[in-house]
Design a protein around this ligand. Structure first.
Ligand code: NA7
Length: 532
């Protein structure tokens, strides 16, 4: 049997890929990485649109594995901006000497498993080939941008900007008539900043979204001292939590509190800011009645902010329980619609008929535009993998293995694709949790598995099909006990025409998931088949 040049090839150098590279190297494996961007950072390299900011607090959205890194890195704001997070990723890559292992500006286009040698041959668009025993896809959950088929798209003569591919040198929108399609997190974060520059902004909204003020602020010296003092406890709590951050829901049931108290609790969470509003009370994304109370509160906020009642009507989400699409966090989004040069177009009432040379025509009007911003989301969770020509053992191709929707074992193994692992993908809690801790947990577990293979002389490890089916059923059942499947969200695959529908992330909780993974390890990796 021939020996591959590498033990581990990591695809992607975002936060999960960087940590996978680091851990695999520390474990003594021969390791390399391939990254499509010219540098590290993953999603934080590509999503450089104005206003891009993390919705998890900086102190939590950072690696926990290295004490000195945690002590020495200083976040300037409660919620870090894209440039600061990218600088952090760059710092980590330099600090741990990871760049030398990486080939940048190189995209994996195909990977083939050789049954006879139990190795993967991986090809990139730069013409390079890698031979590796294990292949780790750290390609991100929101990394395959979705460009909707807009009629007349090619006729539009103005500038088109994608939030997920914003030009590195920036875009000067001063004095421009800008149209924005998409009102998810990217649209909601960028619209207020675009409105500061543009002559006019027209926001084309298909679905209204819930958004909570981020409550961002600079972190003071006193904050830094407190943060360092409290870090051990903060991290302990995060590791034991449902979402990888140290925040609790209110101890009482919303239904048992009187109206005034309930309003105060919602108000306090609203003022605290951020996505956590979605978890103000226990049962909020499980019990329709509790969810309705939270929706009513959020709706009242929108109506208080937005002066034009018709615009306010259009901005109040009506098609999903609050929190079942990720709540957006904004800095002045709803306020922006009070500006005289900002217009909301409700595409449910007046759909786009076509793009024209100089704008967008809807059923009711023609909107003249110099620049069109597409904040139209991603082929989430599966797109990064299914866009690669990936063939595993015995001719199993990703397109057929996942033909009816993604099936994974513990969110990491895919039956038919031995020695291949996917990080932060379907069947894992990562997109519902603090992505960095989620990546650390999966990578720690995975490196243990690879060490187990190395120590036991196994050259091949593959998830059993029945184990993957059982896990995928479990993922589905847990989601079915919540309100999440009621939203046509990217969690469900609903934003991509023809994509199999089903709730893809594991919603059973971050800590619970870690325990399940550990239980599998402790039961001699039950559900995996090893071959020597
Ligand atoms: P999202 O949340 O998927 O938002 C994409 C937006 O684009 C959403 O409002 C879509 O409307 C809209 N969209 C997509 N296709 C069209 C067409 N054809 N016409 C009109 N509008 C369209 O992506 P983001 O980048 O904002 O955020 C992704 C995640 O990043 C976010 O959840 C956070 O976790 C961070 P729809 O809702 O489908 O009607």
């Amino acid at each position: 049997m021939s020996t591959p040049r590498l033990d581990v090839l990591v695809v992607g150098a975002g936060f999960s890929g960087l940590y996978a590279l680091y851990k695999a190297r520390e474990a003594g494996f021969r390791v390399a990485g391939v990254e499509a961007a010219p540098t590290v950072g993953g999603t934080w390299y590509w999503n450089r649109y104005p206003g891009a900011r993390c919705d998890v607090e900086s102190l939590d959205y950072s690696y926990s594995f290295d004490e000195a890194l945690q002590r020495e890195w200083r976040w300037s704001e409660r919620y870090a901006t894209q440039p600061e997070i990218l600088a952090y990723a760059e710092h980590v890559a330099d600090r741990f000497d990871l760049r030398g292992h990486l080939e940048f500006s190189s995209r994996v286009v195909s990977a083939r498993f050789r049954d006879d040698t139990a190795t993967w041959t991986v090809s990139t668009d730069t013409g390079r080939q890698y031979s590796t025993r294990f292949l780790v896809f750290a390609t991100g959950s929101l990394s395959a941008p979705h460009q909707p088929g807009l009629p007349g798209f090619d006729d539009f003569a103005g500038e088109v900007l994608f939030t997920a591919r914003w030009p590195e040198q920036g875009a000067d929108l001063t004095g421009k008539r800008v149209g924005v399609i998409g009102t998810g997190s990217s649209g909601i974060q960028s619209v207020p900043i675009i409105a500061e520059q543009a002559a006019s902004v027209t926001v084309f909204q298909r679905s209204a979204n819930y958004s909570v003020p981020a409550g961002n602020r600079p972190l003071t010296d006193a904050d830094q001292v407190r943060a360092q003092r409290d870090y051990p406890q903060r991290r302990r709590k995060s590791w034991a939590s449902t979402a990888g951050s140290p925040h609790d829901a209110h101890p009482d049931s919303a239904l048992e509190l009187d109206e005034d108290t309930r309003r105060e609790v919602f108000e306090a969470r609203w003022q605290q800011g951020g996505v956590l509003f979605g978890k103000t009370f226990p049962q909020q994304t499980i019990d329709e009645r509790v969810n309705r109370l939270a929706r009513d509160f959020a709706e009242a906020k929108i109506r208080t902010i937005v002066r034009d009642p018709r615009t306010a009507d259009d901005l109040v989400p009506s098609d999903h329980p609050i929190g079942t699409k990720r709540i957006c966090t904004d800095s002045g989004y709803f306020e922006t619609f009070n500006l005289p040069h900002v217009t909301l177009v409700n595409l449910r009432r007046e759909p786009i008929t076509t793009l024209t040379g100089d704008g967008i025509r809807t059923s009711d009007a023609h909107y003249e535009l110099d620049t069109l911003v597409l904040a139209t989301g991603f082929d989430a969770m599966t797109g990064a993998l299914t866009r690669i020509d990936l063939e595993g053992a015995r001719g199993n191709h990703i397109s057929t293995v996942w033909g009816n929707g993604p099936s994974t074992y513990l969110g990491m193994g895919i039956p038919g694709l031995p020695n291949l692992f996917s990080l932060t993908g379907p069947g894992s809690p990562s997109v519902l949790a603090n992505m960095i801790l989620a990546a650390e947990q999966q990578v720690n577990w995975l490196i243990d598995l690879l060490l187990h293979c190395a120590e036991s002389g196994f050259t091949q490890v593959e998830s059993r099909r029945d184990a993957a089916e059982a896990w995928t059923r479990h993922v589905d059942e847990v989601a079915g006990a919540t309100l999440f499947p009621k939203a046509a969200s990217w969690y469900m695959g609903a934003n991509i025409a023809g994509k199999p529908q089903g709730f893809m992330p594991y919603i059973g909780g971050f800590a619970a998931y870690g325990q399940l993974c550990d239980a599998v390890r402790d039961a001699d990796y039950r559900g995996f088949v090893f071959t020597a």
